[in-house]
Each structure stands twice: as C-alpha cells, then as structure tokens.
Design a protein around this ligand. Structure first.
Ligand SMILES: [Zn+2]
Length: 189
C-alpha cells in the first residue's frame, strides 16, 4: 500500500480507486505489448466499478483511430446504453492525444487520470489542454503523472525491443545479401 500512500501525497484529488484503476491499465498495456501493440491502455470506471477497458488495437485492427481511449469510450457507451459518460472517470497510461482528448470532452467524462506525459502528442497539458479548455462546452478534472515511472518504463522497454528487432532483421538481410554475392551465379543449361 506504499504506492497508494505515495500517490495520494503527491497527487491531491487522486484516490485509492484511481490508483488501482491505473494499475489495472498498466497490466492491460503490458499484455498489449505482447500482442505487438504500443503498450497504452485505458480503464473507464464509475465509483469502483469498471465500465470498460481497452488497450491500443491500431495494429491488430489496422485502425488509425484504434487508441485505447477511443476503444474504451465506445465500449463504455455501448455498455451504459448512453453516449454521455457523466460521473465516469478514465485512467490511461499515457497523456491522451488531440483525438482522444476531444473524445473525452464529447463523452462528458468527469475525471481523467493519466500516467506518462507525451511531449509529441499530449493534448491535456503538454501541447494543448483540450479537456481543460474553458471555451469548450465541457471540462474534465485532470490529474497527470500518476504511476508515471511504470508507464514510461513500459513504453521504453517496448521501443527498445522493437529497435533491437529491426536491427536483427537488417543484419539478417545484409548477411543473406553477402552470401548471395559470394555464390557464383549458376550457368543455365
Ligand atoms: Zn489518442
């Protein structure tokens, strides 16, 4: 329970349920990595009830919008039979991008808890602040950096492994080309 105490002291407004849901999202992201997806996952919950959860499925579904948040929001709407997710919170391992942050506003989500910040696409606090923009018709409470070290490490490990795989594939191609060049071409009969 040390983790819970630590998060509570550094993130006022984040409760035990939020932290548990983030831990759940981290587990889910880990299994997505094993399936070849970038390890990002989201859990939508109300109180301590899980409404929907999803990991990125962009690769498996060949879907450019297959971000964990979008997949989870759609599933939550279907489950509740209601497009308004008022009273629902989301825990997601990476700061949502502009598309997902827009979807959170459209879904009227009450609270967003995210792990790692995203300097390349973060649209909640880093590059934009879409869910907190007073010009929009809905704002949601935001808490970033929750269990960030675990979320960052998941992504780092995934990309490290992917780079190593690409290196191995390139070396194998080079070795095959070298072998081909060394073999004298057979004369046709
Ligand atoms: Zn997104």
């Amino acid at each position: 329970m040390d983790t819970l105490r630590l998060v509570r002291s550094t993130h006022p407004g984040v409760g035990d349920v939020d932290v548990r849901m983030m831990q759940r999202a981290i587990q889910l992201a880990r299994s997505a990595a094993a399936a070849g997806e970038v390890p990002i996952a989201a859990v939508i919950y109300r109180g301590d009830e899980v409404i929907a959860e999803a990991a990125n499925n962009r690769e498996c579904e060949a879907d450019p919008t297959g971000h964990a948040e979008i997949v989870a929001i759609r599933a939550a709407g279907r489950k509740l039979g209601e497009w308004r997710l008022e009273g629902c919170s989301m825990a997601v391992t990476l700061e949502p991008c502009p598309m997902c942050a827009g979807a959170l506003v459209n879904a009227r989500l009450s609270k967003l808890v995210y792990g790692a910040t995203d300097p390349k696409a973060g649209a909640c606090e880093t590059l934009y602040s879409i869910p907190g923009d007073a010009r929009l018709n809905h704002r949601c409470q935001m808490h970033g950096g929750v269990l960030a070290p675990q979320c960052i490490e998941l992504l780092r490990a995934f990309f490290r492994e992917r780079r190593a795989e690409q290196r191995r594939a390139k070396e194998a191609t080079r070795a095959a080309d070298a072998a081909k060049a060394a073999t004298p071409a057979r004369r046709s009969a």
